[in-house]
Design a protein around this ligand. Structure first.
Ligand SMILES: C[S@@+](CC[C@H](N)C(=O)[O-])C[C@H]1O[C@@H](n2cnc3c(N)ncnc32)[C@H](O)[C@@H]1O
Length: 191
């Protein structure tokens, strides 16, 4: 069901969806394990899609931590909300995150776990999202986002990697999850 929904959404919104298949449970484990969730008190997810990362975030976050997700596609908002009824999913762009943090009486967060398709975005959207990110992360907070191996062949994928390295104090990558379709790894960037 999640996979069928993904292919349909990719056909309707190709650059916004950026994938024809949801991430695997193994990639969800890798990205959420690297996020330091046990010590986080404010956690935001960008682009939950069908909720594969959301499910793991809910399992790993402290009970009293604030958590919400930002999703632009209403069909994916519904899919994640159905899969994870206890999660708060806002139907809005990730660039609007500061507004929702303010509604929760917060201005910064400790971790952003991201599923956005950076290699499909043009440079102005990459910059707008990275500007938002640097505004909302606490010093030393972590930003985690996955990338497909094949995306490193695309100019936008290489440009995104350089932008991360120039804007964050420390950027590492996890092991590659070969059984993800397609194979992917995670960038772990510290502000
Ligand atoms: C590659 S899918 C990843 C979905 C899921 N995290 C996964 O790994 O299976 C990208 C997701 O980002 C969402 N998205 C794209 N641009 C967005 C934006 N500006 N703000 C919020 N969500 C966005 C898409 O609608 C889609 O759900």
């Amino acid at each position: 069901m999640a996979s069928i929904n993904f292919i349909k959404q990719f056909i309707i919104h190709p650059t916004q969806t950026g994938a024809i298949w949801p991430s695997s449970a193994e990639l969800a484990q890798v990205i959420t394990d690297a996020a330091g969730l046990a010590e986080a008190s404010v956690i935001v997810e960008w682009g939950p899609g069908t909720g594969v990362f959301t499910e793991q975030i809910l399992l790993k976050k402290p009970k009293d931590a604030l958590f919400f997700a930002m999703e632009l596609n209403p069909d994916f908002v519904r899919a994640t909300q159905t899969r994870c009824p206890e999660a708060q999913i806002y139907h809005d762009s990730a660039t609007e995150t500061p507004k929702y943090l303010t509604q929760h009486h917060q201005s910064r967060c400790d971790a952003v776990i991201c599923g956005l398709p950076w290699a499909a975005f043009d440079e102005s959207l990459q910059d707008a999202l990275l500007d938002t990110l640097l505004d909302i992360l606490q010093p030393d907070a972590r930003f985690l986002t996955f990338a497909y191996l094949q995306g490193l062949l695309l100019p936008a994928g290489r440009r995104f990697r350089k932008k991360l390295q120039s804007r964050f104090s420390h950027v590492t990558t996890t092991r590659t999850v070969w059984r993800n379709t397609p194979p992917a790894f995670v960038y772990v960037a510290t502000k």
